[in-house]
Design a protein. Structure first.
Length: 248
């Protein structure tokens, strides 16, 4: 029988655990919350419910690490990323309104797994980077974020290709994803897609997610970047595979 937030106790336990693990991975890597949370939560919450809960909890989760990230981020590049994102995010959300729930689940899992394969194989863009390219990457992130709730892959893969210190890469990804949450929440409100139940669930999930972000940030040591990447890859793969509609 449905319980709090319209979920069974088992469903709530799974969703809360996903928010905690997603927070830990994001805290030490700068990304991963959506890649972990959405495949696990969408079977219980549906596409928009999962995105709304993720967005609300994600606004609070990274707060412990924002100040440190802001000190090192390249602010001009961050602004270009957000410009492109703001332009194409509504297009992605419009496409989502015309997608079936199982299509959304397949898309989320396949995007997560595809990104994982690219990261593991070390595929990188090696060419010159222009200002317009940075804006275009932000646009691709906005489109993916709207249609699948996963804005990170385009930005993550792009920045991991650049010869920048790991602290700057991590800070750029973390701050972009935080700003994306504010943008998509505004668009969802304009579409009248927010509900008390999903917003309330997101607020409740913010507690374990913030705890996970704090723990992951405390664990982060630049000299052990390889270890953190390996752990993040394993968790993302597990979440993506578990979210496939093949399992019911």
């Amino acid at each position: 029988m449905p319980d709090l937030f319209g979920q069974t106790p088992t469903g709530l336990a799974v969703i809360f655990f996903a928010s905690l693990i997603g927070g830990i991975v994001r805290g030490f890597s700068g990304f991963g919350t959506a890649l972990i949370f959405l495949p696990v939560a969408s079977p219980y919450l549906g596409p928009f419910g999962a995105i709304i809960a993720l967005t609300v909890m994600d606004i609070f989760g990274p707060i412990p690490n924002l100040r440190r990230a802001w000190k090192v981020v390249e602010k001009a590049d961050l602004a270009r990323l957000l410009l492109g994102c703001a332009l194409l995010l509504p297009v992605g959300l419009w496409l989502l309104t015309r997608s079936e729930p199982n299509v959304f689940r397949y898309l989320v899992s396949l995007i997560s797994l595809s990104m994982l394969v690219i990261l593991i194989l070390g595929l990188r863009y090696r060419g010159a980077v222009s200002r317009s390219m940075v804006t275009a990457i932000g646009g691709a992130a906005g489109l993916l974020g709207g249609v699948a709730g996963i804005p990170g892959p385009a930005v993550i893969l792009f920045y991991m290709s650049r010869p920048l210190p790991v602290e700057i890469i991590r800070a750029t990804i973390l701050l972009f994803l935080f700003a994306f949450d504010l943008l998509i929440l505004g668009y969802l409100a304009g579409m009248s897609r927010l509900s008390i139940a999903n917003v309330g669930l997101g607020l409740a999930l913010a507690v374990p997610n913030m705890a996970g972000n704090w723990l992951g940030g405390w664990m982060f040591r630049p000299e052990h970047g390889g270890l953190y990447r390996g752990a993040a890859y394993l968790v993302i793969a597990t979440a993506a595979l578990s979210g496939l509609p093949l399992w019911g």
